[in-house]
Design a protein around this ligand. Structure first.
Ligand SMILES: [Zn+2]
Length: 254
């Protein structure tokens, strides 16, 4: 079921009657084979594009209307699961989830929420790499819609401009607030920093735990996933090794 700007106030389409699929699985066009394939694709965590796949007209609806529509649909999901939506503890959940999706955890889908970088001249003539490490990453697996939690380490070598340190955190946060695959998140952060800082000399490493791996499927609570993007001077062995040494060091404590 797809929402679009004009037909979006139709609450739910004809596949559902009284909260149940009309023809069982067949109404969704899913067979046993394709379900297996869907699971496998979900585990592969691959992605075909740097850009988050968005449909045309993604921002035709304003945020308030998106919250209202998601609330309606999430109530239906809970209803289908058999939950009693008159229960005091549950009745507010559809709206809570809808507000969380639009205003918090997926707010990075909207380019209006992208941080505006404040750049300064590199007056100190600081020509070495700057590393911001252990930046908190809280994003959401786009295959299972559960959290991916970890750390990002980013570095750049100034081409004449420097950026406020907190903006590095803000860019990591912005691209994290989307349904993501870790590979794409890594590349999106790197590409944005290259553009903003007008340099190719950028490195991004993310080390994260996927709750879709730890709390379901293979239930592996120990594994973590590391992704990296090295460009410009960071593609050279010596520079890359220096960066990796810094991120391996014990951090300063307050
Ligand atoms: Zn997943």
């Amino acid at each position: 079921m797809k929402l679009n700007g004009t037909s979006s106030n139709t609450p739910l389409d004809g596949n559902l009657q009284n909260g149940l699929p009309v023809n069982g699985k067949a109404s969704y066009g899913v067979t046993a084979d394709s379900e297996e394939l869907i699971d496998e694709l979900g585990d592969a965590h691959g992605s075909s594009s740097i850009d988050t796949p968005m449909r045309p007209g993604a921002f035709d609806l304003d945020d308030e209307l998106k919250v209202d529509l998601i609330e309606e649909h999430f109530r239906e999901i809970m209803n289908i699961l058999g939950l009693d939506l008159t229960d005091d503890s549950l009745k507010g959940s559809p709206r809570r989830v809808a507000k969380m999706y639009v205003n918090e955890i997926f707010r990075g889908l909207n380019p209006e929420n992208k941080p505006t970088p404040t750049l300064f001249d590199n007056k100190f003539r600081y020509n070495e790499m700057l590393v911001e490490k252990d930046i908190l990453v809280q994003t959401y697996c786009e295959h299972h819609f559960v959290p991916i939690i970890g750390k990002a380490h980013v570095a750049y070598i100034s081409s004449g401009k420097v950026i406020g340190l907190s903006k590095l955190n803000r860019f990591v946060e912005y691209f994290s607030k989307r349904p993501q695959v870790q590979e794409r998140l890594t590349v999106q952060i790197a590409e944005e920093l290259k553009k903003v800082l007008e340099t190719e000399d950028v490195a991004v490493v993310i080390d994260a735990k996927h709750l879709c791996v730890s709390t379901r499927g293979v239930h592996d609570v120990n594994s973590s996933t590391i992704t990296a993007s090295y460009s410009g001077k960071f593609a050279e062995e010596a520079t890359r090794q220096e960066f990796l040494r810094y991120i391996a060091q014990t951090s300063a404590t307050l």
